[in-house]
Write a protein that binds this ligand. Structure first.
Ligand SMILES: C[S@@+](CC[C@H](N)C(=O)[O-])C[C@H]1O[C@@H](n2cnc3c(N)ncnc32)[C@H](O)[C@@H]1O
Length: 335
């Protein structure tokens, strides 16, 4: 048996550890009509080293519960005394967790934004005690697929896009008040939308006569703006991504959570992050690199991280779950 999260123990030796996770990665998590399939489940479990034997009880944190696909895999591998804490800012995700796992004594669900991971860990007295932390970024399939959440331009719905509809400003509210320059900046910064200025101008011109209230109104507006565009994606894809990232302050939340990681993890604790686009992955990559290089004159300045691996989904996974195609998993270990 390895000591908990022993830095010398292997990353990918979990298969055959005796804890069968069955075929969870082949199963779909059902919630009414909406489904979510966990991305790179086996790789995440190996990265977090959940299946490794350990003499002491351990603490895992899934900071992005979603529909509990990864949480289910972690729960299956827990040993007596271990605990899984799950966070999500979406109240529907929290309801799902309480419905499905509410009776388990080794599971705790928290309706929280992981941006304040440090505050949450302090409240829970978990600073320096977490053996594995997962961030599976972005939105879940139920969030995309429910028209009422306003994330999708293929299913018409109210222009909302908030992961937590009980907090902050919806996309419609922001688009109704933001200045043209601010809208253009957001579309360029978070969507790399080459047509950002023209789209922003059209939004401001349109809202002067009628507010933008639905996802299809916005998608049609963007599609009607002339300018350079890719043939591979819908013309509104970049605009929707940018507004979603902005409304939910996603990159700010990621940076803030990462800043707390080395204090939250126990020595040898693992961090696993799945990103879905280059803006997120760049932040994760730079953070891990900075933590790994966190040495001056041969001495480590603060508790750092050791880079372990970067993984992409297998072709066979992408065939089953096309939403996995842009995923990148990075794993690091607290020194
Ligand atoms: C890609 S899904 C996770 C799916 C999950 N791993 C599964 O297998 O079911 C991302 C989830 O993280 C949540 N989320 C995103 N950003 C968050 C944040 N800053 N704080 C808390 N939850 C967040 C979203 O609401 C969503 O439910």
């Amino acid at each position: 048996m390895f000591p908990c999260n022993s830095p010398s123990s292997p990353v990918s030796a979990d298969h055959g550890s005796g804890h069968s996770i069955g075929r969870l990665d082949q199963l779909v998590q059902a919630d009414g009509m909406c489904f979510h399939r966990p991305v790179m489940l086996q790789e995440v479990l190996a990265g977090l080293a959940v299946n490794r034997g350990c003499a002491q009880s351990r603490v895992f944190v899934d900071a992005t519960y979603g529909r509990g696909g990864h949480a289910a895999g972690i729960l299956k591998a827990l040993q007596p005394g271990d605990v899984l804490h799950a966070l999500d800012r979406d109240p529907e995700a929290c309801d799902h967790a309480r419905r499905v796992y509410g009776s388990r004594r080794d599971f705790r669900m928290h309706h929280r934004n992981f941006a304040a991971l440090d505050v949450w860990a302090e409240e829970q007295e978990l600073q320096g005690k977490v053996n594995g932390l997962l961030l599976d970024l972005g939105i879940s399939s139920p969030q995309i697929d429910q028209p009422g959440r306003g994330f999708s331009f293929t299913n018409d719905g109210p222009l909302d896009m908030r992961m937590d509809p009980t907090a902050g400003e919806s996309a419609a509210q922001w688009l109704a008040r933001a200045e043209e320059g601010e809208i253009a900046d957001v579309l360029w910064r978070y969507g790399e939308e080459r047509n950002s200025r023209r789209i922003a101008r059209r939004i401001v011109g349109t809202r002067a006569t009628a507010p933008l209230r639905t996802t299809s109104q916005l998608a049609e507006l963007v599609a009607s703006v002339p300018g350079p565009r890719s043939r591979k994606i819908h013309p509104a894809t970049r605009t929707f991504q940018a507004i979603r990232l902005h409304v939910n302050r996603e990159l700010v939340a990621l940076e803030s959570a990462l800043a707390a990681v080395s204090d939250v993890l126990a020595p040898g604790g693992r961090l696993a992050v799945i990103s879905f686009h280059s803006l997120e992955d760049r932040i994760v990559k730079r953070y891990i690199r900075a933590q790994s290089d966190n040495v001056r004159n041969g001495e480590r300045l603060t508790p750092g991280l050791r880079r372990l691996e970067r993984r992409f989904p297998a072709v066979s996974e992408i065939q089953i779950n096309p939403r996995a195609r842009s995923a990148v998993l990075r794993v690091a270990e607290r020194i």
